[in-house]
Write a protein that binds this ligand. Sequence first.
Ligand code: ADP
Ligand code: ASP
Ligand code: MG
Length: 819
Amino acid sequence: MKVLKFGGTSVGSAENINKVISILQQESQHSRLVVVVSAVGGITDKLLEAARLACNGDPSYIDHFNAVSAIHISLISGLFKNTEDAVALLTENLVSEKLEDLKKLLNGIYLINEISPKTSDKLLCFGELLSSIIISNALKSRGLDAELKNSQELIITDNNFNNANVDFELTYLNTQLYFKSNKTKITVLPGFIAKSVHKEPTTLGRGGSDYTAAIIASALDAEQLEIWTDVSGMYTTNPKLVKQAKPIVKLSYQEAVELSHFGAKVLYPPTVLPVLEKKIPIVIKNTFNPEALGTTIMTQDNSTGKSPVKGISNIDGISLLTLQGNGMVGVPGFSKRLFETLAQQKINIILITQSSSEHSICFGISEGDAIKAKTAIDETFEYEIALHKIEPIHIESDLSIIALIGDKMKSHQGISGRMFSTLGKNNVNIRAIAQGASERNISAVINKNDVKKALNSLHETFFEVKTKQINLFITGVGNVGERLIEQIQQQKNYVKANLKISLRVVGLSNSKTMLINNEGVELKTWKEQLSQGSKASLDGFLEAVKSLNLRNSIFIDITANNDVAHMYPDYLKQSIAVIACNKIACSSELDYYKTLKQLSLKYNAPFLFETNVGAGLPVIDTLNHLVTSGDKIHEIQAVLSGSLNFVFNNFNSENTFYEIVKQAQKEGYTEPDPRIDLSGIDVARKILILARESGYDIELKDVQSDNFLTPSAMEADSVEDFFKTLTDDEQHYQKLYQSAKNNQCQLKFVAEFKNGKAKVGLKEIPKNHPFYNLEGKDNIVMFYTERYPEQPLIIKGAGAGADVTASGLFADIIRIANN
Ligand code: ADP
Ligand code: ASP
Ligand code: MG
């Protein structure tokens, strides 16, 4: 004998019921079956809503009744093609009769404006009664040997309406007697519903059809209990919230109890108990994919899965209540009175923690019970509260519990460490923690809004150790941004396969529009999508990033915009990493630079800006490695402007300074306004950043800038005027060139940092100097340090260009992902 239970979605439509029928056709060839069915999906909720409206005197309850009625009528017409068929007619009559009774009951509630738990149970029974009538008759109409038995005649409970307690002795006796005398191949029973010893309808709690099936399985010593639902088993975590969740092949009864108790809705928590005593295996199967293995729950799990954590679950709608006060310390009996009060109010406690000082007890309960609990407890401790020995109960709401579960967790160290560091890294604030003495469960109370992020990051840590998802939010998609997106698109698969990092661009923005896609932007068509995005706004973008609240988020600034550079604190404070291509933040006031560094530390959010100096060259990264490993930077000599290098490499007596600068501008080696490059300000900013990263407190105004332009060039009002001065002052530039040539030198615009002082300026570089042969738009940086005193550490290569800059940003992304 096997017991099979089919849930609401499995019997939600004629099409689905046909799937159920074909499963039963198969299974009944091997064994006698008891089939427990839920109400048609959504009906229990609709009944409750109709009752609520009726009770409030709202005549629209009838609309809900009509909807319930229509759903069942359409099921019949979908299932019974030949409406003249005797079974079809019988079904129709039985269903109409029940619907008529239901209507009368709702009308009664409407008239007296009242619904007691008793009436509510009477009402809810209609859901399962209707579905079981329809399904049993559908089976008969397909020629199967099937019969309906009302489980209210078998399952006897107390009169704790809505959540009745089963009288197992009577129930088992009734069930065994019935099945002894009845030999039908398939017996259909409505789940969830029962009757009290006083013959009043009761229900077993929401989701209770699973429990009905378990009770019957245990009464009959069934060989197996099968829970057929809309997912392929008990998953490693809630599959609705975590895409990567996978079915767990095997679970022990205890693990299943913990997972379901902590929110894995696929199994109603009390279900395990009756079958556990008889060691009957539970198999969770998918009605829509019967071939899938599903989950088997049995006495012991001997599987050799790698992770000692079997599953992660969540319960939403939690309130945390705290009883505290100095009067509690060392005084016995407080907890007894507290928990007795809650028991009297029939309030279920989901989690308890007590500080070792005994100064406070904190417990988690369902949000709906919070006010009732506070009122009752404050009354119990009225005397102590009046004497200020303890404080009135404090309630925190909008919370959820997440729990890690696994039998083998107790023999593994460091699981809670990994759990909490994962949550911490993702800025998930933990309100309370509880660990059962069995160490099968570690649970934490967190904000409701953080649940999805917490589950995804924990799932990644414990089940997907292999791939880490990185969520990118890119602002500024000009030349460099475009290349970066190209590189991401090109390298995505490689990075995933080799570094186990999965890169997703979730947000994009330029100065006009912005685009956010929780699933990751399809990169092939990002331009079209962005052009149709919403109006860009820095705050709007931040809000979108915040509200998505995704783990491992990185904000990337590829603008040259001052306002964007001042948004970094807002991101860092959310533990969102920041990558800046924009130089403004690191080269503005020292205070701001330091604030960003501190926020990055405080919120555990990396702040990287490798491309601020030398584009893609690993200049800052190398410098950071030197400093963190204890080296001291004595001197930096560098050529840091690709544009100036281009200009002085090409300028000679055969051409004019004007021509060369114009060419540099045309080929994109200078900023649109070449004065930014030629005045040396850009280089000054770069050496400032290197000095700061070397550990020196220095401001931009402290960087000495020896300007080689003529006063009229410096004073020019526009780019056009500036170019004109170049022609006018050609003599001046030729002189610079000639002097260098006469001295057998090359002109280079050099940045240096020595003895705590930084300066930039044009220099004549002799032949044997490493700068002499610097070509094209290359950059070079030489670090003289305690460990490199004579022969400097040299970094050299292309220091400008969209491709290399994008690859520098890419490297920053990977640095953060590997962190
Ligand atoms: P039924 O109507 O068949 O009783 P339920 O809705 O009660 O189905 O339970 C199945 C649902 O439980 C799934 O669709 C899924 O959304 C939810 N669920 C939550 N946590 C888990 C989990 N860990 N594994 C599987 N399903 C889960
Ligand atoms: N129909 C009931 C409910 O929705 C019982 C069940 O489906 O298990 O809670
Ligand atoms: Mg269910």
